[in-house]
Design a protein around this ligand. Structure first.
Ligand code: 6R9
Length: 650
């Protein structure tokens, strides 16, 4: 990789940063040499009700995987994100809310106001019967009430589970049933990109399939006319009138769950990733501070949706635990035009900006003028997350958005990891376009030879990426299924946490993520299990069998390519294709809609009946010259037909 251009931190940035190279090296070495001592010290960044005396107690041993951090400490996350700031920064803005339409005005919510809103919201939840340990599902637009709902749950010790507002009623129902939620919080409608999604109506549809007796709390966002079911549905603004603004935070154990977040895997339906209270907040706040070099008074903007883990850790919990001003944006990057992000950066004097490569690629395609007409001189740092960033997009982001002046942090992490695991620290690590570079404090990445599972010790290496030891924000279990947790992450490579990603390590010891090694595809930075899309397709009466793979897509990173075989007597027509697209949208959500659907008279299978996805991937990638070994196929002729009728040409 000697031909790769590196971008070392400027001397000025390094001098003023939380960590320069010497500091990073020293802290990293300490974190590995003695994790107990390191985290005992850094756990103090959080206010504890009862201080911990134990720090790390973790085992990756298959069959006995058990992860505990700060296990005898007690705390409250909402108190850490709000109450502890009141004395010093009560009037400082905690959340800047930027609405979908630029002609509506932004809201500036101070820490004091946040305290009142969250306390009232928490009392409303209590009124509705929610208590410590109960689950609350949040199905909301990007409005301040989504953050209030998260923090209100945390305040009373309820476990929240956010379902991305782009998911369908069916997906919502499955998650509400799966977590047996007492309350589902939603809004009348969700404005995005100038269009309103009927969230309450979707929730009503979901409630036809919700079997766990949940109630609904509805936030008025647009004032649109929505039907309310008496005894089941309650308006937030009405409930708020009845409650006091005083709600003492519940004392929680460090290991009590803070939230569940469902995410896609390679098999079966999405699993509920469970995060803890103590370890999670320590790690989310520490990564927020060091990775983005967040400094007192900075305005921080993460463009994610709170429906994804990035929104949890870097819109709400990390920034607020650090007393930052965090921007929450309701809209989309291209509405009313492709300058929207940069206009918001100018308007709110954003200092750190964090987004996904797919957004960068989409905006890059619209030309530089949308960027250069805005004053971006307040930007100090840029970040990316969600998928590998291609060097062209990296360079454009660096030059055009960052004016060649702002370091870029390419942060690799997962829903399961709670916070950044691989990332440059902007004052310490030379950046390389496309590399997530180095481990954060306490992280022990290893590269294993995929088949033998042996650790590759040479500096230059390529294989599967695993993590050797635990870190505070590691997920603790799969909701209701510890067995599945162990099987998914600790069975294939014994003694390690298996990330599901492949990686290279270059001569400088920098990591380059090469993409998933399992049947998970990454569409616009969102994880999608191919198995999920397949099961949605086969649930349609015309479909006998389906196989789904990813293929390279200029903007989305990967697109969804589906092969379907039909039931006898069914014919593949344009109408059926449109119907299948709609069907998948309804079953999962718009992000799961296949980009290409190919009718397959037969699928390539081994004699034992296993679909050979390797071949389907090659065809989808339009790389048909070398199919590899097809001798184990039951009927090799099906491949010729699939190649002849392939949908992605060039
Ligand atoms: C935070 C988040 C996790 C998967 C992960 C990997 C991919 C995330 C990346 C990246 C290359 C980066 N991924 N960040 N790949 N470079 N900087 O995205 O969580 O939705 O759970 O996805 O995303 O494949 O395994 P999640």
């Amino acid at each position: 990789m000697s031909d790769v251009k590196t971008y070392p931190p400027t001397a000025e940035f390094a001098a003023n940063a939380h960590a320069d190279k010497a500091k990073y090296d020293e802290m990293y070495a300490a974190s590995i040499a003695d994790p107990d001592a390191f985290w005992a010290e850094h756990g103090q960044r959080i206010d504890w009700i009862k201080p911990y005396t134990k720090v790390k107690n973790t085992s990756f041993e298959f069959g006995n995987v058990d992860i505990k951090w700060f296990e005898d400490g007690t705390l409250n996350v909402a108190a850490n994100c709000i109450d502890r700031h009141l004395a010093t920064r009560g009037d400082q803005t905690a959340i800047i809310w930027e609405p979908d339409s630029p002609t509506d005005s932004a809201l500036h919510i101070s820490y004091k106001q946040l305290h009142t809103e969250v306390s009232k919201f928490a009392n409303v939840l209590k009124e509705m019967g929610v208590s410590k340990g109960d689950r609350v599902v949040i199905y909301m637009p990007m409005i301040p009430e989504a953050a209030y709902a998260m923090l209100a749950s945390a305040r009373i010790g309820a476990i929240h589970s956010i379902v991305f507002a782009g998911f369908s009623a069916d997906a919502l129902a499955a998650r509400v049933n799966g977590s047996e939620a007492k309350v589902v919080i939603t809004a009348d409608e969700a404005p995005r990109g100038g269009r309103n999604t009927p969230l309450k109506t979707n929730a009503d549809t979901a409630f036809e399939k919700i079997t766990v007796g949940s109630k609904m709390l509805v936030v008025q966002r647009t004032g649109g006319d929505v039907p309310m079911t008496a005894g089941r549905d309650f308006w937030l603004h009405e409930m708020k009138e009845k409650v006091s603004a005083d709600c003492p935070p519940e004392e929680m154990n460090a290991e009590d769950p803070l939230f569940i977040l469902y995410t896609s895997g390679s098999t079966g339906m999405p699993k509920g990733v469970v995060h803890s209270t103590g370890g999670y907040i320590v790690y989310a706040s520490m990564t927020h501070q060091y990775t983005f070099d967040y400094q007192e008074g900075d305005i921080f903007w993460c463009t994610a949706d709170v429906g994804w883990v990035t929104g949890h850790s870097y819109i709400v919990y990390g920034p607020l635990a650090n007393g930052a001003t965090t921007v929450m944006f309701e809209g989309v990057p291209t509405y009313p035009d492709a300058g929207r992000f940069w206009q918001v950066c100018e308007e709110h004097k954003v200092n750190q900006f964090y987004t996904a490569p797919t957004a960068i690629r989409a905006l890059m395609a619209q030309g530089d003028d949308f960027v250069t007409k805005y004053d971006l001189s307040n930007l100090k740092l840029l970040g990316t997350v969600g998928e590998p960033i291609n060097p062209e997009a990296w360079n454009w982001y660096h030059q055009i958005v960052g004016g060649g002046r702002c370091p870029i942090v390419d942060t690799w992490w997962q829903t399961e990891t709670g916070g950044h695991l691989l990332t440059p620290l902007p004052g310490a690590t030379p950046a390389k376009p496309g590399s997530a570079t180095k481990p954060f404090f306490g992280i022990t990445p290893v590269i294993l030879e995929p088949t033998s599972g042996e650790e590759i010790h040479t500096t230059e290496a390529e294989g599967v990426l695993c993590i050797k030891d635990s870190w505070p924000a590691q997920m603790r279990t799969v909701w209701g299924d510890h067995e599945r947790f162990m099987k998914t992450y600790f069975a294939d490579y014994k003694g390690y946490y298996f990330t599901g990603d492949g990686s290279k390590r270059d001569a400088d010891g920098d990591y380059w993520i090469t993409g998933r090694v399992d049947d998970v595809i990454n569409v616009s930075g969102h994880r999608m299990g191919t198995a999920e899309v397949e099961s949605a397709l086969v649930a349609h009466k015309a479909v006998a069998e389906a196989a789904v793979v990813g293929y390279p897509h200029d903007i989305k990173g990967q697109g969804i390519y589906a092969y379907v075989t039909l039931m006898g007597g069914e014919e593949y027509t344009d109408d059926l294709r449109t119907e299948l697209e709609k069907w998948v949208r309804a079953e999962i959500g718009p992000i799961a809609k296949p980009d290409l659907i190919q009718w397959a008279p037969g699928l390539p299978k081994t004699r034992s009946g296993k679909i050979m996805r390797r071949i389907l991937r090659k065809i989808a990638e339009d790389d048909c010259a070398t199919m590899g070994d097809t001798s184990t196929l039951a009927d090799p002729s099906v491949v010729d037909d699939l190649i002849e009728n392939r949908m992605n040409r060039g």
